[in-house]
Design a protein around this ligand. Structure first.
Ligand code: C2E
Ligand code: MG
Ligand code: MG
Ligand code: MG
Length: 283
């Protein structure tokens, strides 16, 4: 009886696995198509100075505009793209598209901003990321010092010394570097001090329960202090309430992004945030 159930159980799992594998292959094929049909989009989420509420830039976040399914979130396709290697093409497209948009905003006379692009660990560790970034900047004319690259702890820790070398080369191009989702990975603090970073982003999971979770508040405060000690600017992700913002401001956190200020928006909608429509009474 038990044996019987055991076998059934195995079959159930193996069917589930096959289905998962099939779904992945299907998604991969559709993703290839999406890229060639121009169905990927970049949305922009404002990053603000906590002290004065000014928009200092935006994070570029990829979306997939599927004609049938609508807007598909990156969490559904980035992991697949990572395992199949397609992340290289997607990442290249997002980087170039963001730099092009940034240069268009500069040409339109909008206030100078920094644009942040996420790099996947695979992009960072394999392939010549420096040449890729240099190429995108040259092709679009976007100034290096306006570009921030966001890396995760995983990418940095995995290759230790080699990561430090890549970071230094990227820095020499003039771009800025941020560590994303800080506190969720396994960064060793000893390593962190060797990384030439500009911005440390506190993961949303430490922000969301402020002011109801004393532990999270203590962690967020400690990360701000530590980031400053190492000479980094500290940015809080996922700020949704005024209470969270007030707490972070009191801790001396430098920057924030989150639904409180704005969701990620298509380029034209983000642009309207930067340049509010003229007051009709002035006309
Ligand atoms: P991330 O880089 O940590 O981006 C922040 C995520 O938090 C975004 O989700 C953003 O929409 C969301 N977020 C921002 N503020 C709030 C808030 O106040 N509340 C809540 N609940 N969420 C907030 P999104 O756009 O779905 O992206 C998810 C992840 O997908 C990103 O996390 C990043 O790791 C990855 N990703 C997005 N675009 C790219 C890309 O172009 N390349 C790579 N490699 N990864 C990307
Ligand atoms: Mg990010
Ligand atoms: Mg993040
Ligand atoms: Mg995240």
């Amino acid at each position: 009886q038990a044996k019987q159930e055991g076998r059934g159980c195995f079959r159930y799992f193996s069917e589930k696995l096959t289905r998962a594998a099939r779904e992945r292959i299907h998604l991969e094929a559709r993703l290839h198509q999406a890229l060639s049909l121009g169905q990927l989009r970049v949305h922009y989420q404002a990053q603000l100075d906590i002290a004065d509420g000014r928009i200092i830039g935006a994070e570029a976040l990829v979306r997939w505009q599927d004609p049938d399914e609508g807007l598909i979130a990156p969490e559904r396709f980035i992991p697949v793209a990572e395992t199949t290697g397609m992340i290289g093409e997607i990442g290249h497209w997002v980087l170039t598209q963001t730099c092009r948009q940034g240069q268009a905003w500069i040409a339109a006379g909008l206030a100078p901003m920094t644009l942040a692009v996420n790099l996947s660990p695979r992009q960072f560790l394999h392939g010549d990321i420096c040449a890729l970034v240099e190429g995108a900047l040259a092709e679009t004319g976007f100034p290096a010092e306006r570009l921030t690259l966001e890396l995760t702890e995983g990418a940095l820790m995995e290759c230790g010394d080699e990561a430090v070398q890549i970071l230094k080369r990227l820095r020499r191009l003039g771009v800025r570097l941020a560590i994303d989702d800080f506190g969720t990975g396994y960064s060793s603090l000893a390593c962190l001090k060797h990384f030439p970073l500009d911005v440390l982003k506190i993961d949303r999971s430490f922000i969301s329960d402020i002011p109801f979770q004393p532990d999270d508040m203590a962690i967020a405060a400690a990360i701000v202090t530590m980031g400053h000690t190492l000479g980094f600017k500290v940015l809080a992700e996922g700020v949704e309430t005024n209470a969270q913002l007030a707490f972070l401001k009191a801790q001396g956190c430098d920057l924030y992004q989150g639904y409180l200020a704005s969701r990620p928006l298509p380029a034209d909608a983000f642009e309207r945030l930067l340049a509010p429509a003229a007051d009709p009474l002035d006309a």
